[in-house]
Write a protein that binds this ligand. Structure first.
Ligand code: FES
Length: 80
C-alpha cells in the first residue's frame, strides 16, 4: 500500500493575501486543497484548523509549509 504523503497541499513559501476583517480557519494539517484555509479534509489526521481573527484590512503571510512556530503565520521556517 502506498504511503500517504504528509501535508500533501503544503507549499515551501508563505501564502501572502490581502485580508478583510473576519474570522478565518487556517488549515494546520496540509490536507485542504483550498490552502491556506481549512476545507474540512483534516478528518482522521488528529489535527484541527487554527482559528484566527483579522481585526482590520491587512496583508497576511499565512504559513504555507505548516512548520511555523507562529501557528497560522509565516515565521520563515520554510527556509530550513
Ligand atoms: S483541512 Fe487542514 S485543518 Fe482542516
Amino acid at each position: 500500500m502506498e504511503k500517504k504523503k504528509k501535508f500533501p497541499y503544503a507549499v515551501n513559501h508563505p501564502i501572502v493575501m490581502d485580508m478583510q476583517p473576519g474570522k478565518y480557519a487556517f488549515c494546520a494539517c496540509g490536507e485542504s486543497y483550498k490552502q491556506p484555509f481549512c476545507n474540512g479534509n483534516h478528518g482522521d489526521t488528529g489535527m484541527l484548523p487554527i482559528i484566527e481573527v483579522v481585526e482590520e484590512p491587512q496583508t497576511v503571510a499565512w504559513c504555507g509549509c505548516k512548520r511555523s512556530a507562529q501557528g497560522a503565520f509565516c515565521d520563515g521556517s520554510h527556509k530550513y
